[in-house]
Design a protein around this ligand. Structure first.
Ligand code: NDP
Length: 289
């Protein structure tokens, strides 16, 4: 049976880091603050936003919940972002995705409007570029949280064959860069990949970010592999499963994250670290305050 990589345990360490950062900033009179904009009323997004706010409260980070109606225009959303960009008390800005259908086509424009120094999701092209060329900066929370977990769990990344299934801008692609900069040999797979199972079987570290329930089966993995299951798939009103067939794969893998209780918790914890990092950088830029 594989070692279970318990997201709660690793997230607790990350949250403690963030809490320490909050305490240090507060001694300098700075109170880290996150503004979350949510447009419309997607129930899943509302749950995610509530979780983020709860974690902010737990760590002493101020959080503003800006709920805009479904029919908000792009100009109104951009104006809201501009206002937050200009507000020195706000250190982090996050626009909850997905945007309603009428705004979805302008997602790039919306995300690019956030001041890159306040872009705690790490989706702004400037931050994406920094990741690509290896300049320190705000990194996307899900992949950054996963990599931090690997480090905390003492799983060797350097020299490992890392296979990622999924090439989205928020998970797969940034994950590839984060593992590459830690000297893994990275293979990025997607829906057009040929011989997927054969490639997946070469993985020492496997990241599944596909969005298909139990897509990775036991016959696709090498004994001893470390499996990070990013997927969150609701298969019944109260049942979430990952992209990995946990029951079968955990008998072959060396280590594996569960769903729920795995990567989702790391994502929120990493967001908190990003808010603290953003607040520190902005405070230093303003000469310490
Ligand atoms: P996307 O839908 O944006 O991307 C899915 C990727 O999977 C695409 O690159 C797609 O390939 C690839 N794919 C789809 N079908 C196949 C297939 N049959 N074989 C190989 N590759 C395939 O998803 P996200 O990256 O946004 O999310 C992935 C999963 O992670 C979802 O379940 C999501 O809910 C979850 N998630 C969890 C988070 C957390 O905090 N735990 C945070 C973010 C996401 P192609 O590009 O060719 O279409």
């Amino acid at each position: 049976m594989a070692r279970i990589l318990n997201g709660k345990e690793f997230a607790a360490r990350m949250k403690e880091n963030a809490a320490q950062g909050v305490r240090a900033l507060r001694t300098c009179g700075v109170h880290p603050r996150l503004a979350v904009i949510i447009v419309g009323n997607d129930p899943a997004s509302e749950v995610y936003v509530r979780n983020k706010q709860k974690t902010c409260e737990e760590l002493g980070i101020l959080s503003d919940h800006i709920a805009l109606p479904e029919e908000t225009t792009c100009a109104e959303l951009l104006a809201c972002i501009d206002e937050l960009n200009a507000d020195e008390e706000v250190h982090g800005i996050l626009v909850q995705l997905p945007l309603p259908a009428a705004l979805a086509a302008r997602e790039e424009e919306v995300l690019s409007r956030i001041d890159p120094r306040k872009d705690v999701d790490g989706f702004h092209p400037v931050n994406v570029g920094h990741l690509f060329i290896g300049v320190p900066g705000l990194r996307p929370c899900t992949p950054a949280g996963c990599v931090r977990m690997l480090e905390y769990a003492d799983i060797t990344i350097e020299g490992a064959n890392a296979v990622i299934i999924g090439r989205s801008n928020i998970v797969g692609k940034p994950m590839a860069h984060l593992l590459l900069e830690r000297h893994a040999t990275v293979t990025l797979c997607h829906s057009r990949t040929k011989n997927l199972a054969e490639i997946v079987r070469t993985a020492d570290i496997l990241v599944a970010a596909v969005g298909r329930p139990r897509f990775v089966t036991a016959d696709m993995v090498k004994p001893g592999v470390t499996v990070i299951d990013v997927g969150i798939n609701r298969i019944a009103p109260k049942q979430l499963v990952g992209d990995v067939d946990f029951d079968a794969v955990s008998k072959v893998a060396g280590a594996i994250t569960p769903v729920p209780g795995g990567v989702g918790l790391l994502t929120v914890a990493m967001l908190m670290e990003n808010v603290v990092q953003a607040a520190k950088v902005q405070t230093e830029e303003r000469g310490g305050r």
